[in-house]
Design a protein around this ligand. Structure first.
Ligand code: FES
Ligand code: FES
Length: 170
């Protein structure tokens, strides 16, 4: 066992873990963060996705001890009691069906929009590929990402910032 310090959702945590323990296990079992899900355990489905320093990663195959950056889980997306625009769009578009994959979908979408605030449909498909949904919610996911993009741009405009775009691209 060895002590590892992780920064998760703005807080530091020290955990005593076996070498090689996947980040997913530490988040769920030691830190009681049940947003990230165990799906395949093989980096094939995306259910376990978390964001580390702005990049979506698969926590099931990432040793916790190898992570030195700021980890954001689904639990850390909301700010000041307000859901993240991606979460709000997910509700507006009624995206989930069984819900099992949706952590991965939302976290991957958040990272996508952080790197590309106004993605095209093709860019959304490319950015979201490999995050699997057995319930085939892909069309609603695409609509929700477009909605989150539009509404974030509109909010920036209302706040007096220069909008990230002049509107959602086709
Ligand atoms: S559980 Fe990590 S990619 Fe499937
Ligand atoms: S909503 Fe059921 S697997 Fe995606």
């Amino acid at each position: 066992m060895s002590l590892v310090t992780l920064r998760v959702n703005g807080q530091s945590h020290e955990v005593d873990i076996e070498p090689g323990t996947p980040l997913l296990y530490v988040l769920r079992n030691d830190l009681n963060l049940s947003g990230p899900r165990f799906g395949c355990g093989l980096a094939q489905c995306g259910a376990c996705t978390v964001i580390v320093d702005g990049v979506a990663i698969r926590s099931c195959v990432t040793p916790a001890a190898s992570v030195s950056g700021e980890i954001t889980t689904l639990e850390g997306l909301s700010r000041d009691g307000q859901l993240d625009p991606v979460q709000q769009a997910w509700i507006a578009e009624q995206v989930p069906q069984c819900g099992y994959c949706q952590n991965g979908q939302i976290m991957t979408a958040r990272a996508l929009l952080d790197s590309n605030p106004n993605p095209t449909d093709a860019e959304i498909r490319e950015g979201m590929q490999g995050v699997l949904c057995r319930c085939m919610t892909y069309y609603r996911i695409q609509k929700a990402i477009k909605r989150a993009s539009r509404e974030t741009a509109a909010a920036s405009f209302r706040d007096g910032d220069t909008p990230a775009s002049e509107g959602a691209k086709a």
